[in-house]
Design a protein around this ligand. Structure first.
Ligand code: GLC
Length: 621
């Protein structure tokens, strides 16, 4: 076949593949959109235009990405293997710019990273932008970070090194200076309808009565009076972040176009920021409403048709019963990934209590993710630790939970003798409220406060313990930048007038180049942290039991301080959350096990040192 013949047959092949995908996923897409927007005038035309846009995007998809689509369609769990590791960072803090990031690829590969989540690098307004989460344009990059033309070379370079790029899409809101918001401010009704603008204060109050507050101290309330709009804009987060109206099909169409365009630039995963808040319902807390799931499932169907290699990850911080819903089900695929916020939070609570109970309760409440989906497991991220996601597990009565979680939070936020963590409470200034906690992993684990070699060693054990939990729990573990070598809190924000009001900057330090270099030498403190992590990662690869289909099942360890779970018949993980050593029972007496971390042979039982852990693989009966 000559070249033009080959091209024609490839085009035919692509067209047939597209038709097959459309047949497979189009019905669900249409059904969801009909349910959401079927009553909007002109729905049929709108839907046809949407499918045309999806078709055009599929046709424009570069050949290298089409190959990726095919490979991943054939291997839907590709992102859940025990060799997958994620890394999350701000572009400026990690590498200066998108171009600079290309120079960090070698570093990431050296750590074993295969999935890179970059916090939002899109154009924002001047002044505060909530760490980039007030986006004013998805077709432009923040000027100090580079240019949109840097994106494709970056995704290609990362892909070439086996690293998938995940970018933020802030679904719930735009910056108040996004072109849509500016048009609304100028009186354009079409764009006013992109947002929730209420002109009746009484209605605002009725909504408020059932809503929670995200930033009760720095941005109280959920609405902002905007004179030029002649009403109140819904602003769940900061006043400069206007909530979008997902009941308007035009908003769905806009985001669908953004997703398809970025996917064709080589973006391989989208972090759907603040995904719980999309649908508003009077009298409810407006979190995780059924329509929100319909929206996300429809976005997923669009990707399944035009760019099936691409992952969706929902950012929902809440109890596990809520977050698990975002993984959808076999009949209604939704997000491929979602954060296991409760597990992360429970790990910190367990360290504070010297008791594994909360972690155990969270794991027991965690359903097995549907095939082809998984949890993001992690120790810290760029946000605060939100204690409230543990409310259902912390006590039978909500009041009791508040007391218990307040005690946990105080252990980290109050400093002083006996409290190893150096954190700061977030958005909870008074004693009877509890919200979040800021601080880097190493500072919260005791490294900042450690005064002698023993305290340092203990802090490193706590640090390793939590990373061990994130790595053994199953899913895609994601490191936060700097945790691989123990970066401490960065107090510089306190004297920076632009950031002083936002305590989360405490744990968003700039990448410490010298410390990173030191971490390649195992004799240094940083090197010890990194070496422990490397050992865990290596052991993890040797554990087929961590495969996504294997659920962790609780084990009775004989002591409340020790968490134990088995995955399948051949793997047992044990974690001691207390400062005391504890003898621990093993599931079946007489079996022989090898601890993959220490190499020791274990029979009958074992004693776990303070903050110690063991990952046992059965070697015989
Ligand atoms: C998410 C982000 C957080 C941001 C918020 C509002 O929770 O992780 O950093 O403040 O959304 O966009």
């Amino acid at each position: 076949m000559d070249q033009s013949g080959e091209a024609a047959s490839r085009a035919e092949e692509r067209c047939a593949t597209f038709q097959r995908r459309l047949e497979r996923h189009g019905e669900r897409l249409r059904a969801n959109l009909q349910q959401l927007y079927g009553r909007s005038p002109g729905f049929e035309n709108w839907y046809d235009a949407l499918i045309t846009a999806v078709t055009v995007a599929a046709e424009a998809r570069p050949e290298a990405l089409v190959d990726l689509d095919e490979r991943r369609e054939a291997d839907p769990g590709w992102f859940l293997g025990p060799d997958m590791l994620g890394y999350s960072a701000y572009v400026d803090r990690f590498a200066g710019s998108l171009k600079g990031l290309r120079d960090r690829i070698g570093y990431l590969s050296g750590l074993g990273v295969r999935y890179l989540h970059l916090l939002p690098f899109w154009k924002t307004g001047a002044g505060d932008n909530d760490g980039g989460f007030a986006v004013s344009d998805y077709s432009q990059v923040r000027a100090d970070l580079g240019d949109i033309t840097d994106l494709e070379p970056l995704t290609a370079a990362l892909r070439g090194s086996g690293i998938s790029l995940c970018v933020d899409l802030v679904l719930n809101h735009t910056a108040s200076n996004h072109a849509w918001a500016l048009a609304a401010l100028a009186g354009d009704e079409r764009y006013r309808a992109y947002y929730h603008v209420l002109d009746d204060r009484a209605l605002v109050d009725r909504y408020e009565a059932a809503l929670l507050q995200i930033f009760p101290e720095t941005a109280p309330g959920n609405f902002t009076k905007v004179e030029a709009l002649g009403g109140w804009a819904w602003t769940t987060f900061y006043p400069f972040q206007w909530d979008l109206n997902w009941a308007n099909p035009a908003v769905f169409g806009e985001f669908s176009a953004i997703i398809l365009s970025l996917a064709n630039h080589g973006v391989e995963a989208f972090r759907l920021d603040s995904a719980a808040f999309l649908w508003k319902r009077l009298g409810s807390d407006c979190r995780s409403q059924p329509e929100t799931h319909l929206v996300l499932q429809a976005l997923r169907a669009i990707l399944a048709i035009a760019a099936p290699a691409v992952l969706l990850k929902s950012e929902v911080i809440g109890p596990v019963a809520e977050t698990a819903q975002f993984l959808g089900g076999a009949e209604a695929p939704e997000c491929h990934l979602t954060y296991h916020a409760s597990l992360m939070t429970a790990g910190w609570a367990a360290l504070a209590e010297g008791d594994a109970g909360l972690v155990q309760a969270v794991l027991d409440a965690t359903p097995l993710p549907p095939p082809g989906t998984g949890w993001i497991t992690y120790v810290r991220c760029h946000d605060d630790i939100g204690w409230m996601s543990l409310t259902p597990q912390a006590a039978k009565e909500p009041g009791e939970a508040l007391d218990r979680l307040s005690r946990v939070a105080a252990r980290y936020a109050q400093g002083g003798e006996g409290n190893f963590g150096r954190g700061q409470s977030f958005q909870s200034g008074d004693d009877d409220r509890i919200h979040g906690l800021n601080g880097t992993t190493a500072s919260l684990a005791g490294l900042e406060a450690a005064r002698d070699p023993i305290e340092i060693a203990t802090a490193l054990d706590r640090n390793a313990l939590l990373h061990g939990l994130a790595l053994a729990a199953g899913g895609l573990p994601v490191l936060y930048m700097g945790d691989e070598f123990g970066q401490l809190n960065d107090y510089a924000f306190e004297s920076d007038p632009d950031r002083a009001h936002e305590g989360r900057w405490l744990h968003r330090p700039a990448f410490d180049e010298a410390a990173a270099t030191a971490s390649t030498d195992p004799v240094t403190l940083q090197g010890q942290i990194r070496a422990r992590l490397a050992e865990l990662l290596q052991a993890r690869v040797a554990l087929p039991a961590l495969s996504p289909g294997t659920a962790p099942a609780s084990l009775q360890t004989g002591t409340p301080a020790v968490l134990g779970f088995r995955r399948g018949q051949d793997h047992v993980a044990l974690f001691n959350f207390s400062s005391q050593p504890h003898p621990t029972l093993l599931p079946a007496a007489g079996d022989a096990w090898r601890d993959l971390l220490s190499g020791a042979l274990v029979q009958e039982g074992m004693t776990l040192k303070a903050y110690g852990m063991a990952w046992l693989a059965r070697i015989g009966r």
